[in-house]
Design a binder for this molecule. Structure first.
Ligand SMILES: Cc1cc2nc3c(=O)[nH]c(=O)nc-3n(C[C@H](O)[C@H](O)[C@H](O)COP(=O)(O)OP(=O)(O)OC[C@H]3O[C@@H](n4cnc5c(N)ncnc54)[C@H](O)[C@@H]3O)c2cc1C
Length: 278
């Protein structure tokens, strides 16, 4: 049973911001695929504000070298967006792997980021694209890097009265980019492991390496020391083994030893070997 609440359907971003400011305990609803689960489990609110049809939260724009993604864009739409397939392939791939067709048709990128699950598929690709959240309230707008916005599992620094209106990402051109996911089943299953990567190489040398790993630590993260030792290095088995050793050590340092690591870490090692060997 759902707790009692009233609902309003917003037609414009101004309406959302005005209701967020005036209502006592509102909650934004985009696709509802996370929120409804939480409300069924007892999370209460006075009103839900449905933002799924707000035009300002839909669409993709390229401006000043960045791509701004409207927060109410669904995973289904993002997985087929030409501009993402060309400039942020890992994100398009990850969106295409979320849940199931029904979940991808309802679930939005804004909801995935605001929910901040350690297993959220969009977060590792967003991290390698240096995603920045555009957060708006009635009187203010602020930009917060995603890396700083997620402060704990399922927790962000967003205020309840703020709307995530869009996410800005940096396109990566000339990179070999992708997303690898391991789950119990191919579909309708939460990620047990997610790796986003973007690698630029020339004549057997790594020019730049961006990696982000999800579902192994409380928050998906970029192993920046690993990226640093690879940048500029000649690609060979010695440097690849050292990079992977460092990544696995960092995960154990952050999370401690977990029972699932007996399976996860060897699988992650295999994925990283494949990805780095090219
Ligand atoms: C069966 C099932 C399978 C799933 N599989 C996957 C999977 O494989 N991978 C994965 O990553 N996720 C998965 N999910 C989780 C979920 O579908 C995604 O996280 C989805 O992207 C959530 O988006 P939504 O629009 O439905 O969010 P909602 O449920 O509408 O909202 C989620 C939270 O974000 C807040 N919110 C939403 N939009 C905004 C906004 N614009 N500004 C501020 N706050 C906002 C809401 O208030 C709420 O707290 C699954 C869920 C289900 C039920």
């Amino acid at each position: 049973m759902l707790p009692k609440f009233a609902s309003v359907v917003a037609r414009t971003k101004d309406e959302v911001l005005s209701w967020l400011s005036s209502l006592e305990n509102p909650r934004i609803l985009a696709g509802g695929t996370d929120l409804m689960v939480k409300m069924r489990a007892g999370q209460e609110c006075s009103h839900i504000i449905d933002v799924a049809g707000v035009p300002e939260l839909l669409g993709l724009t390229e401006k000043e070298g960045k791509i701004a993604i409207g927060s109410a864009m669904t995973h289904a739409r993002l997985s087929t967006e030409d501009s993402l397939i060309r400039n942020a392939r890992s994100l398009a791939l990850a969106c295409g792997l979320v849940g199931s067709p029904q979940i991808r048709n309802m679930g939005t990128i804004g909801g995935n980021l605001a929910n901040a699950s350690p297993a959220a598929d969009s977060i590792p690709p967003m991290l390698i694209h240096d995603a920045v959240l555009i957060l708006e309230s009635r009187d203010t707008q602020r930009k917060v890097p995603l890396e700083e916005a997620i402060v704990a599992p399922y927790m962000t620094s967003m205020d309840r009265k703020e709307l995530l209106s869009s996410v800005e990402i940096t396109p990566l051109r000339g990179y070999r980019e992708g997303y690898r996911r391991v789950a119990k089943r191919a579909t309708w299953a939460i990620s047990r492991l997610g790796v986003a990567f973007a690698i630029r190489e020339e004549e057997g040398r790594f020019l730049d390496v961006k990696l982000a790993i999800g579902s192994c630590t409380p928050m998906p993260f970029r192993p920046k020391k690993v990226e640093d030792i690879l940048r500029g290095a000649v690609r060979n088995e010695t440097i690849i083994s050292e990079a992977i050793r460092m990544a696995l050590e960092e995960i154990k340092f952050i999370s401690g030893i977990r029972p699932s690591f007996a399976y996860k870490l060897p699988v992650l090692k295999g994925i990283l070997e494949e990805v780095l060997r090219g």
